[in-house]
Design a protein around this ligand. Sequence first.
Ligand code: PGA
Length: 245
Amino acid sequence: MQIKIYKDYQALSATVADEIIELVKNKPDAVLCMASGSTPLLTCTLTVEKSVKNNIDFSRVTFIGLDEWVGVPPQNDGSCHWFFQNHLLQALKIPAAQIHLFDAMASNLNEECSKMDKIISEKGGIDLMIVGIGMNGHIGFNEPGISFDKRSHIINLDPMTLSIGKKYFNSPVALSKGITLGLQHLMESKKVILMANGNKKADVIRRTIEETVHTYFPASIMQMHLQSVIMIDEEAAFKLKDETK
Ligand code: PGA
């Protein structure tokens, strides 16, 4: 696990956007998996800007969405679906057949999970997974206590996720479950970037890096991945010991 610290959110996001661009330049049919949320928002904007400026062709890329709120329709602007489509995918012009987002309105959610696992496996795995971290240490909707060897699954959301999750929605929605890639997918990804910015993430970043790996703090799994990078801004790094940085 590597740790990289950037001056601010802008510098962090520009670097992650460059990682995406480099990946696609080197491997035009790459499999890219991303989280939605406040953290990767600027990365999406900058990836779009840089891809236009440098004429990067995303037409052969496969995109995998990390997770989705069960029962929230894709037209809802708080859904992960909406986020990806509007902040990234439409502008990058990735063909619809190569975009795989969980259908959280499906009547058979287990089938959605099997479908996603099959796609990832048929594509030969994820080349680059970009995730955020929740205030309870979750990655995607892999909530505290989740086993590290799960692939896609449905989960009852943690009270902290339910409470913080309200920030994404303009009007009240009934949230209770999530559908998500599992941490086994993370372990199987060729490279994983965990991004975080701001003071409020400093403690969860400290726990991710400096505490013992444990299922009760899912992000600690990053320590076990050989090609994992924690990319954070100075504010999110401020609780790390000097010897860690
Ligand atoms: P955020 O979400 O990027 O909106 O802070 C992180 C997460 O819950 O994974």
